[in-house]
Design a protein around this ligand. Structure first.
Ligand code: ATP
Length: 902
């Protein structure tokens, strides 16, 4: 028998589900051991060994190895062994960097892995989908990606889109009843939910019948195995640029060798020096280091609760010019409390704090017992009937010696519903009591497109009602009657106006409003779709709730404003509520526009594009509107970051330049469409991510500046010496050593640098700006030139003083070059000059530089190594010369910039 042919009991028996509590955790662990994790097999990743050998595949490294082999054969053992050791060390460094990058990126994948809601030991829990086992009772909600094959048992308006499995793009209606037919195709199995498909609407509960490779998706998984590595636009640009730089470096190196030989230098020495120079000067590691910088930045972002799903987003973050943010939960705390209610033409205030279910209903100064007021009674109790939230209590202990116990309340489920629940409890209602009185027959879940939710209930007398709650304007539209002054009467334009006025009054006090309405069902009336239930209602009243802004958002919005980034609020809430909160938060400036979904519908795309810069708040919008907004902004040339959580938000999230999904409330679909996930749903995290995004880009610029200037310096010192007919200022092993010591650690440390003070005080970077923009190319060339000149000068002066001691002059040149670079690295931390930042701020850099200096001293003063690196110990005067020369570029160029800045 197939799963879809079984009845509920048979499914439970076949999967070993006993009782109504789901599986016990012990049993889950056992099953996990037996069947393994609920994962599809992935393609092989590159093994460590291959990755290691890939470090040596570069053409110039191979040439160098060949050259070394020759020198070894010619008897130059020391040189040969040193060069091989240095190349090996370089390879190990490259390997460690790449491994680190790869590891942190795969850790990211885990972080954004899908989750499922399962019933275990009687409790509903959210667990990683990989740990779900056959027999788990699971709940599906709209927006979920189904994580296993499931036989459905109960559903409420459940629709699932199965195109990934069946090719059918329209969502399919699902139910929980057994099906008689035999040989049903997957697309016709209406009581099954398959792994990898998408819940687009409604809810359902079912039992997992297959996981991992045993699922229908698993059976075709081998068709889907693609290993795509994403590279960012910057990485691509650098790869192209790398080719140009290689050509230039090779050309210059060839010039060095040819001129050297013409000037009468020994051909073999020149060849070895030339190849070493090529290896040192070719920035073949650039793309790899960029990956490392990106990966390191991504790790820092995780600490700030932003999970990057798509690496290119890190770069785009620095270009963001608009953030479109949801209101509820992102800008506000999503901790709702009902403070005002309106029914039957009267308004009451509700006291009490947070979710504590104690408070009074007062009108003026007079207290009211809500149970005695019929309309208020209905408003509150029906608000609790059409509601799925639960109030939970936790005991909190305070103090060490004399422990005081207090109770903390929290809401499980939707906070809006939580507020209604607490308001009803303040009036003395309880869920248990209502559950005894009313049986829930059906539910049409809340969808942000409908902006309401309804249930069909039956009372003890067998009478059935529809009870609906939702956005008041929407509920008003589907209401025909109203309870007023204790009677039920027609909803005349006059009454409608009064209700609308009340909604406006509440909304302009930043209250979120919910209306409740109902209607009795006729004896044989059946309702299968939401629109059949939600019509001809009788309006009962309004509940107004506050949702305080998140404290940290005020600063974040201001900081974004200074950084040239506009914050826009997009919300399903009422226009006046939205405007009131936006004003409070500093989003809505004087003269800024607020528009709502209806107006938006009437605007052409062109008109919206013209207006979009003046609009700061979009209210009462449906998720579908978000796409229109993103497109209009992009048309205006904006780089848009857009938040979202529901299924219907996914298209806009995808279309935005930076799609942001909520980590807590976000659905799988929204997360999959996003490039960034906020693990705390907080707007302040977007700000942190943008700041980090800008910093990462800056850091990449910093080490490109550092590395390329060093390389230019190395080439020029050799080229100038040859052109001027001088002896060789550096020997092969020295060049390779410089490359290893100065380019490795300090460059990495630059990738971990803190942001410069002005990082959020300058406008967003233009997306088409090249990496060398804002004077970087000039900085590299001028610095490289100066480094070349001072090194050569130090070399020449020492040679003049000791005409017979070439090794001494070479040692001085070697140390000058290293020192000039190590001083330069501090310059690179600022777009201005070294004097603009505290040089000891970046501890990694200080350590890296110290270790480079130490390694250089060892090479100079440790006798066995002196032989290897052709060095001699230096005198005090020589050190003075070196330090003086090495500092010149920084003092001259930095001083120049300092003067210019003043
Ligand atoms: P955003 O996160 O975009 O700011 P929002 O929470 O303001 O979203 P929605 O969740 O789409 O927007 O809600 C829109 C309106 O629907 C709310 O203003 C409220 O009146 C109503 N509403 C919200 N939650 C529920 C619910 N659970 N049941 C019935 N109506 C609801």
């Amino acid at each position: 028998m197939k799963w879809y042919q079984m009845g509920e009991e048979e499914v439970k028996k076949a999967t070993g589900v006993l009782g109504a509590d789901g599986l016990p955790q012990r049993e889950v662990d056992k099953r996990l051991k037996r069947v393994g994790f609920n994962k599809l097999d992935e393609g092989e990743s590159v093994s460590a060994l291959i990755l290691f050998f890939m470090q040596f595949k570069d053409f110039m490294v191979l040439v160098l190895l060949a050259a070394t082999l020759i020198s070894g054969l010619l008897g130059e053992y020391i040189d040969a062994i040193t060069i091989i050791l240095i190349i090996l060390l370089n390879g190990v460094l490259g390997f460690i960097q790449e491994r680190k990058a790869e590891k942190s990126l795969s850790a990211l994948k885990e972080l954004s892995a899908p989750q499922m809601v399962v019933l275990r030991d009687g409790k509903w829990l959210k667990v990683p989908a990989a740990t779900v086992v056959p027999g788990d009772v699971v709940k599906l909600t709209s927006g979920d990606r189904v994580g296993a094959d499931i036989r459905l048992l109960e559903t409420a308006s459940l629709r699932i889109e199965e195109s990934s499995l069946t090719g059918e793009s329209l969502p399919v209606h699902k139910h929980g009843d057994r099906m008689e037919q035999t040989d049903l195709q997957l697309g016709d199995q209406a009581n099954m939910a398959f792994m990898g498909t998408l819940v687009t609407e409604g809810q359902g509960i079912g039992i997992v019948v297959a996981t991992g490779m045993k699922t229908e998706m698993g059976k075709i998984a081998h068709l889907l195995q693609t290993t795509e590595t994403v590279i960012t636009p910057l990485q691509r640009k650098l790869e192209q640029l790398g080719k140009v730089l290689i050509a230039v470096a090779l050309l210059l190196t060839a010039m060095v060798v040819v001129i050297g030989v013409i000037q009468g230098h020994d051909a073999y020495t020149m060849f070895l020096a030339g190849v070493s120079l090529a290896v040192a000067a070719i920035p073949e590691g650039l793309p790899a280091i960029v990956t490392v910088a990106l990966a390191l930045g991504v790790q820092r972002m995780i600490k700030r609760r932003a999970i990057v799903r798509k690496l290119p987003a890190v770069e785009t973050l620095g270009c963001a010019s608009v953030i479109c943010s949801d209101k509820t939960g992102t800008l506000t705390q999503n901790k709702m409390t009902v403070t005002q209610v309106w029914a039957s033409g009267e308004t009451w205030h509700v006291s009490g704090t947070g979710y504590e279910p104690h408070g009074l209903f007062t009108k003026g100064k007079k207290e009211t017992d809500p149970k005695r007021h019929r309309s208020l009674h209905l408003l509150l109790s029906y608000g609790l009937l059409c509601n799925n939230s639960q109030l939970k209590q936790r005991t909190v202990k305070k103090g060490m010696l004399k422990t005081k116990e207090s109770t903390a309340y929290h809401i499980e489920g939707d906070p809006t519903e939580g507020a209604l629940l607490v308001a009803a409890m303040k009036a003395g209602f309880s869920r248990e009591q209502l559950d005894r009185q009313f049986k829930r027959l059906k539910e049409f879940p809340f969808e942000s497109t409908r902006k309401m939710m309804s249930v069909v209930v039956e009372n003890e007398k067998g009478q059935r009602f529809v009870v609906a709650k939702g956005a008041p304007d929407v509920i008003l539209q589907v209401s025909k009657k109203i309870r007023y002054r204790g009677e039920q009467e027609a909803l005349t334009p006059k009454r409608r106006e009064e209700v609308e006025r009340t909604i406006q009054t509440m909304a302009s006090q930043a209250l979120r409003t919910i209306a409740v309405a109902y209607r009795p069902l006729r004896p044989n009336e059946s309702v299968d779709e939401a629109y059949e239930a939600e019509c001809d209602l009788t309006f009962i009243g309004l509940q107004g709730m506050i949702d305080p802004p998140r404290e940290e958002v005020f600063d974040s919005i201001e900081e974004c404003r200074q950084a040239g980034i506009k914050t826009v609020m997009i919300t399903g809430d009422h226009r006046l509520t939205a405007a009131a909160i936006a004003k409070k938060l500093g989003i809505l400036p004087a003269g800024g526009k607020v528009i709502d979904g209806t107006e938006l519908n009437h605007l052409t795309d062109r008109r919206l594009t013209e207006m979009v810069d003046q609009i700061y708040v979009y209210a009462r919008v449906s998720p579908e509107h978000k796409l229109k907004i993103v497109k209009a902004m992009q048309e205006r040339g904006h780089i848009v970051a857009m938040t979202g959580d529901g299924v219907n938000d996914a298209p806009a999230i995808k279309a935005a330049n930076i799609g942001i999904a909520m980590g807590i409330t976000g659905t799988d679909v929204a997360k999959e469409a996003s490039s960034l996930i906020l693990s705390d749903d907080n707007f302040a995290t977007i700000r942190a991510a943008i700041r980090e995004g800008r910093n990462i880009y800056d850091n990449i610029r910093k080490f490109i500046r550092y590395m390329l200037a060093s390389n230019v310096g190395e080439i020029l010192v050799m080229l100038f010496a040859m052109l001027l007919g001088m002896p060789l200022p550096l020997v092969a092993t020295q060049i390779l050593w410089i490359n290893l010591v100065t380019d490795g650690l300090p460059a990495m440390a630059l990738g971990m640098d803190q942001p410069e003070g002005n990082v959020m005080k300058r406008p967003p970077r233009h997306p088409r700006e090249g990496i060398f923009a804002r004077g970087l190319a000039w900085k590299i060339v001028s610095r490289g030139f100066m480094i070349g000149v001072v090194t050569l000068a130090a070399f020449w002066l020492t040679l003049q003083a000791n005409p017979d001691d070439l090794t001494r002059a070479q040692s001085v040149a070697f140390v000058t070059l290293v020192m000039a670079q190590l001083i330069h690295v501090f310059d690179c931390r600022s777009e201005y000059s070294v004097f603009h930042r505290n040089p000891f701020e970046n501890k990694y850099l200080v350590l890296a530089v110290l270790s480079s200096v130490l390694l250089m001293l060892i090479v100079i003063y440790y006798p066995p190594l002196q032989q290897v690196f052709h060095t001699v110990p230096l005198t005090g005067r020589e050190w003075l010369l070196i330090i003086g020369m090495a500092a010149i570029p920084t003092v001259v160029l930095g001083g120049f910039r300092l003067l210019k800045a003043k």
